[in-house]
Design a protein around this ligand. Sequence first.
Ligand code: SAM
Length: 258
Amino acid sequence: MFDNLTSLEWLGLPHREPFCVFVTPRYPTYLCRKRQDMEMATEHRRRTGAYYTPDVWAKLCVKQLLEALPDPYAYVFYDPAAGEGALLDALPEGTMRIGTTLESADVTIMREKGYEAQQFDFLTMNTHFLHPLIWEASEEGRLVVLTNPPFFRLPRGRYELMKRTYPAHCGDSVPLFLLRIDRELRPVIIASWHDIGLIQSPSFSKFREEFGVMERLLCPQILTPSKTWPGVKGNFAIAFSIWAGWWTAPADYKPLKP
Ligand SMILES: C[S@@+](CC[C@H](N)C(=O)[O-])C[C@H]1O[C@@H](n2cnc3c(N)ncnc32)[C@H](O)[C@@H]1O
């Protein structure tokens, strides 16, 4: 169903199959709730946007990602909202995996798992301070971002500089993550979980246009029921998309100074 990256003319986006969305089959809920031991206090979760990708979804999204990558060992995988590294865990053994995240306790856990890990606030800090391997891979066209960014409304004040730099993020954290990933890191692939509003809500139309949400889709999207995500309330779809990464920054875009 999916073409290899090497043979995809993804800059021109000509010869792909028509986009189709596939909804995941009925996975038993107990499989998805296996990580309930990681339940966090509601206040902590609200503050950091932290919930975890259940193993079953982590494995499924990696399976789809690997369909687009002919040789995963040729790439560097980076998760800028890595938490304890649930998505990195699902990648094949021996691949180069780097995670950054907000909480220092999570950094310790990732290091214990053997990943390159760093405490980093991806929404406010200067990306120049990220691990040099990320920049090296970006330069060489080998950087793949695989992530599940926290979802919350950005409070006033702290994000003013980002709001000026990326007006299309509409005040939400996920578009801001995606815009920064795309424009500052320039990965070859951006693979991310996100809420369905990103692809259908009128309030994200400016973001969709600026990011190329529909134009750059590489694969059918995965839709999962929110009920299968530990700690997520409500009944809605949580989606996974894979985008071809190309540099879309406007000519007058200037990266943040340290
Ligand atoms: C939705 S969880 C995903 C965690 C993990 N990648 C997974 O899939 O299970 C989002 C993670 O991003 C972290 N986070 C929140 N704000 C962040 C920020 N500004 N920069 C980096 N990480 C952040 C949270 O602490 C949380 O661990």
